[in-house]
Design a binder for this molecule. Structure first.
Ligand code: DC
Length: 213
């Protein structure tokens, strides 16, 4: 059983993915981490994340240990991620890892929940369930601001909103695997919903659409 979850940053994908993985006892892969780790690897070696050969080399050299770096959550890594994510060679290098995870989920799990931007369209076009989770840029910026403040980081709403819009434009406007809903995805706008309501709505859709549970 593969559940593909796509959508823009801070739409609520991560929380939903974790809850669905727990509910159905599935493995979980946050593919944003792969792009973040690639971007961070380039930054930490003094390179430019937009440099095709440096970014492709970093993607090919990615190690599971790289995915544990606490710096991955910071905005520097997020911005570098959205720059390396437009490079086809980077996407190709990371595609194999993601497909392999879907085919052979770790720890004997009977399937996986995979979240990102192109899971339902490119990585797992045959997924059993495809969810597209979104929210307005303003709501997503507010959520991100709250999250940053809770982590004790200083942030200004206008700046967070501007960063969010720039990342949206890069993610949706790129030629390779742009952010867009798969034709057969269930579209869920979480702007007015809390995490509990998002989970309940997604679960209801999954149980109606499929016979597993
Ligand atoms: O979901 P996130 O914020 O961790 O993603 C970081 C960046 O990686 C984001 O700008 C888009 C990119 N990304 C992507 O292009 N494809 C994916 N499957 C996952 C993330």
């Amino acid at each position: 059983m593969i559940i593909a979850i796509d959508g823009p940053a801070a739409a609520g994908k991560g929380t939903l993915a974790r809850r669905l993985a727990d509910h159905f006892s599935l493995a979980l892969l946050d593919t944003g981490l792969l792009y973040r780790a690639t971007g961070l690897k380039v930054l930490n070696s003094g390179g430019d994340p937009a440099d095709v050969s440096a970014a492709a080399a970093a993607a090919r050299a990615l190690d599971p240990e790289d995915l544990k770096n606490p710096e991955l959550r910071a905005d520097g890594a997020a911005n570098a991620a959205s720059k390396v994510a437009v490079i086809p060679e980077v996407r190709a290098a990371l595609l194999e890892f993601q497909r392999d995870f879907a085919k052979n989920p770790p720890n004997g799990a009977k399937g996986a929940v995979i979240d990102g931007r192109d899971i339902g369209t490119v990585v797992c076009p045959g997924a059993d369930v495809k969810l597209f989770i979104t929210a307005s840029a303003e709501v997503r910026a507010e959520r991100r601001l709250k999250e940053l403040q809770e982590r004790g980081l200083e942030a200004i709403y206008a700046r967070v909103l501007q960063d969010m819009k720039e990342r949206d434009a890069r993610d949706s406007g790129r030629d390779v695997a742009p952010l867009k809903p798969a034709e057969d995805a269930f579209f869920l706008d979480t702007s007015g919903l809390d995490a509990e309501a998002v989970f309940a709505t997604a679960l209801d859709h999954i149980l109606k659409q499929n016979s597993f549970g």
